[in-house]
Every structure is written in C-alpha cells, then in structure tokens.
Design a protein around this ligand. Structure first.
Ligand SMILES: [Zn+2]
Ligand SMILES: [Zn+2]
Length: 192
C-alpha cells in the first residue's frame, strides 16, 4: 500500500516536468526574447529622450564650441575654431555672455570672440550678437591663461576669482569687461 502511493507521487511529478518542458517550446522562447528586446529598446529610447531634454543646453553649447568653424579674417582660406571659452553670468541686457579664444588652423591668427544672446521681449524673439575682436598677442594670451585657471568655465554661475573679474558690470548692471580690453577693430564671424 505504501509502495503504491509512492509510485503514484512519482508519476504526478514526472507529469508536471513533462508539461513544463512542452511549455518551453522554441516559439515561446522566441516570444520571450522578442518581448525582452522590445522592452530594452523602449527603455533605451526613453532614456535617450530624458538625456536630450535634460542636457539640451549642454549639447547646444558643445556643438557651438566643437563643430562651428568661422572664416579667418587674415588668410581667408583657413578656418577658425573656438579653442577655449568661458560663460559669464547674465547681465541687464543678455541672457548668455561667452568670452572665446578663436584660432585659425592655417595661418595661426588668433582673436577674441564675444557671444551674447538675448531671449527677452517677445516669446519667439531671440537676438544673437557674435563678433570677433583684434586683440594683441600678449592680451589674448593673458585672457587664455585666465580662462584656463577657472575649474568650471561652462558654468556661468561659478563664483571664482576669474569669473568675478571677467564678469564685471557697471552701475546699470551692464557687463563692461570688454571696455577694459585694448582692441583695435572688430571682425565679422562668418560661419563656414
Ligand atoms: Zn587664417
Ligand atoms: Zn570660474
């Protein structure tokens, strides 16, 4: 009697295992993989979207820094790139102020670039001023050294000595550091 019941139990367990094996068919295996793949792609796309939304300004800034090339005012055949830059706090007129060092890869010409962007006024209005300045080599080298000393040149809210010095404003809150820089003329920054 005891032997009979044990063999019956074994029979039931074998049946369960057989059912489990039959459930694990190639089709169900493929469906599980396909579902997992769809879920993974969905998670990747959502993550990419969140990254783009959160770091939109950072991408815009880096695109401007790394990709943009400008016509060289001296040799005309070469292209100038922004080799270093520092973002300054907004003032009474501009939402973005950036001081840049521009260098030509062909003739070695170097100049100062000032980028100002205003998004005030009408909702769809956006005003951008981007000009180059002919500055003597020693002044430009000292500005470049100053930029390199700030640990967070892309943070306009940085409160370091360099940011305070470059971001000085007059009594009306207008940025006036440029008035202290001896420059001869300005040149147009033409994107190529
Ligand atoms: Zn050049
Ligand atoms: Zn700083």
């Amino acid at each position: 009697m005891r032997r009979y019941s044990r063999s019956r139990t074994n029979h039931v367990q074998e049946g369960q295992v057989a059912t489990k094996i039959s459930e694990f068919s190639p089709l169900s295996f493929f469906l599980i993989r396909a579902r997992a793949l769809t879920y993974t792609i969905y998670v990747i796309l959502v993550t990419c979207y969140i990254i783009v939304v959160l770091f939109r300004d950072w991408f815009r800034h880096n695109w401007r820094i790394n990709i943009m090339e400008f016509a060289c005012p001296r040799c005309r055949g070469g292209s100038m790139r922004i080799t270093s830059s520092i973002e300054l706090p907004p003032d009474s007129r501009s939402d973005e102020i950036t001081v840049q060092i521009l260098k030509c890869s062909k003739c070695g010409f170097a100049g100062l670039g000032i980028y100002e962007e205003t998004r005030r006024g009408r909702l769809d209005s956006e005003s951008i001023h981007h000009r180059g300045y002919y500055v003597d080599d020693s002044t430009l080298a000292s500005i470049e050294r100053m930029i390199s000393k700030c640990l967070k040149p892309k943070k306009s809210g940085c409160r370091c000595r360099i940011h305070r010095s470059l971001g000085c404003v007059n009594e009306f809150g207008r940025w006036n550091w440029l008035e202290k820089i001896p420059y001869k003329e300005t040149f147009k920054l033409q994107i190529i």
